[in-house]
Structures are given as C-alpha cells and as structure tokens.
Write a protein that binds this ligand. Structure first.
Ligand code: FPP
Ligand code: MG
Length: 300
C-alpha cells in the first residue's frame, strides 16, 4: 500500500525534526506493525497531507505505548524482533517512548481542535486501560464488566478515536464511525484473546495459553468460570498464574469445549464485529466492512 509508505516517511520526518541522531537510531530499530489504525483512517478519510499527518501521529502514539508496555510486561521481543528494553534497558525504552509521544502531541496541537481533542482524550483512556490491565492481573478477576471496560480503554479507545477523527476530517458521521472503531477494537482484542487458546505456539510466535499464566483472565476463561461448578471453579483458580503442564492445558480446553465457553466467546466477538459493520452500513463502504468481516470470519 503506497499510502502506508507515505505514513512511514511522515513519521521519520517527525522524528528527524527532533534533531537527535540517537532518537533516529532507536527509531530504525523499531519493528513495523500492521498499521491497522492508519489503514482505517485512510479508508475513511482518503489520502491527503492532513490524513497522512494524523496517521503518523496515531502510529507514534501507538509505538510509544508499546515501548512503555514492553517495560511494564518485561517483554524481550516485539513482533519477533528484540524489544528496545531488551536491546538496551528500561530507561531507554521509556524515554524514547516519551520522545515519540510528546512529538506526536506537538503535531496534534497543529491540527483541527476537535481532531486533537479526540486523539488526546483517547490516550488518557489508553493509559487508564493499561493501569487497570496491570491491576487485573494481581488476582483472579471473574468480572466480565471489568474485562470489557479494560479492553475498551486499552485497545478500542485509540481505534475509536482514529475512526472518529478521520470522520471529522472528511465530514462524515463521526458518531457512526466512532462506534465502528470502538466495536472493531473490542472484537479485535477478544479475537486476540481467543487465539491465545486455540492456536499453537508456532503460529502465535509465543507459548500458547500464555495469557492465563501471565494473570490475564480473558473472555473464554470468564465464560468458563461462570459455567463451572464450585469444585471446578476452585480447580481453575488453582491453575491461575502458574506454568500449565500438558494435562492442565488440556483440562482447560476440554472444559471450554464442554461448557461452550469457547464457541460462545467466538460468537460474542463476531456479534460485536457485526455491530461495528452495522454502525456504518449506510456509508456503503465495502472496504471497511471487509476489514471487519475478514477479522471475525477466520479459523479459530
Ligand atoms: C499492549 O497490551 C498495550 C497497549 C495496547 C496499551 C499500552 C498503553 C500504555 C503503556 C499507556 C499509554 C502511554 C503512552 C506513552 C501513549 P498487551 O501487553 O496486552 O499486548 P502485547 O501482547 O502487544 O504486548
Ligand atoms: Mg505487552
């Protein structure tokens, strides 16, 4: 996609504007992501100087949040490459995150006020989401509402804001696109959480069923817990945050199948995804519906 290269060039220009060779060096060590948020913005608002700059700002915020997240999660890799905290140290990762984040905000001040407000506000939500994510991993969380609220803030808020900002720029229905972005983000995170259980480690590029070991009680575990009798509830809780052996992993999977927790989680993600598509049905944007449908109709 040629326009994504334009976004990449714009990000590099913004980093060069910081006049710091070390920052540029670190920037070149970052691995590229899928640029989902940029794809959305460009599909909604088309390609222009204004939309390319908005994409660059959003991607820089996303990269900054991952630089901080890898410190928080003590992650050694990011998208198959060594993370900045692993290559150097936590300090470097945090400060380079701050540079990208503050440069993005400097550029935001040069944009339309409503666009700037929308994006800036979502970063507060993002940070609140990360705080709650960390706190929810302290002990077994059985509240679906807390999970939903956390994934909304952590994952969906910046996608919602990106879609809304793109609609503002292009004079489209901002509430409809915000709802599309929000539900796309929620479905995206739920599917990510389901794949952690259904895919093998080779496909995932990390150990399978890692979320539970790391203290994350995601949607399939929440639905499972609700449906277990009290004895099995205790058994499931005893496996929380401990490395799972083969028997334990297969017990969890069998129970998820027996109780329909897994298929119902998939159905829930797909239904939220369908709501996303419905929010913009009057826009006749087949590409945007296609992005969503491809995401929810996949092999689990
Ligand atoms: C990845 O979560 C993390 C996020 C989506 C958001 C992180 C947000 C912050 C650190 C706060 C915002 C800070 C700034 C500077 C903008 P994950 O650990 O579940 O996913 P992963 O597997 O990709 O690491
Ligand atoms: Mg992480």
């Amino acid at each position: 996609m040629e326009e994504l290269n334009q976004v990449k060039q714009q990000i590099k220009t913004f980093v060069k504007d910081c006049n710091d060779p070390r920052s540029l060096e670190l920037f070149d060590l970052l691995s590229e992501g899928k640029m989902l948020r940029s794809k959305l913005i460009l599909k909604i608002a088309g390609v222009s100087d204004e939309t390319i700059k908005l994409c660059a700002v959003v991607e820089m915020i996303q990269s900054a949040s991952l630089l901080h997240d890898d410190v928080i999660d003590e992650a050694d890799t990011r998208r198959g490459k060594p993370s900045i905290n692993a290559l150097f140290d936590n300090k470097t990762s945090i400060m380079f995150g701050d540079i990208l984040y503050s440069k993005a905000f400097t550029q935001l001040t040069q944009m339309d006020k409503e666009v700037a407000y929308t994006i800036a506000n979502s970063v507060t939500l993002l940070s609140i989401g990360e705080l709650h994510d960390v706190e929810l991993t302290n002990s077994f969380n059985s509240s679906y509402d807390k999970y939903l609220n956390m994934i909304y803030n952590k994952t969906a808020s910046l996608i919602e804001a990106s879609a809304k900002a793109a609609a503002i720029i292009s004079g489209k229905d901002k509430e409809a696109f915000a709802l599309y972005g929000k539900n796309l983000g929620l479905a995206f995170q739920m599917i990510d959480d389901i794949l952690d259980i259904t895919q093998d480690s080779a496909t995932l590029g990390k150990p399978a069923m890692l979320d539970f070991v790391e203290g994350k009680v995601t949607i399939p575990y929440l639905l499972l817990w609700e449906r277990l009798d009290s004895e099995d509830k205790i058994k499931l809780e005893s496996m929380y945050k401990v490395p799972l052996d083969k028997d334990q992993a297969s017990w969890i999977k069998t129970k998820m199948n027996d109780t329909q927790a897994l298929v119902d989680s998939i159905a829930q993600a797909q239904s939220i995804g369908t709501e996303a598509v419905e929010a913009i049905s009057s826009e006749n944007n087949t590409e945007l519906s296609g992005i969503m449908m491809a995401m929810i109709q996949r092999e689990f």
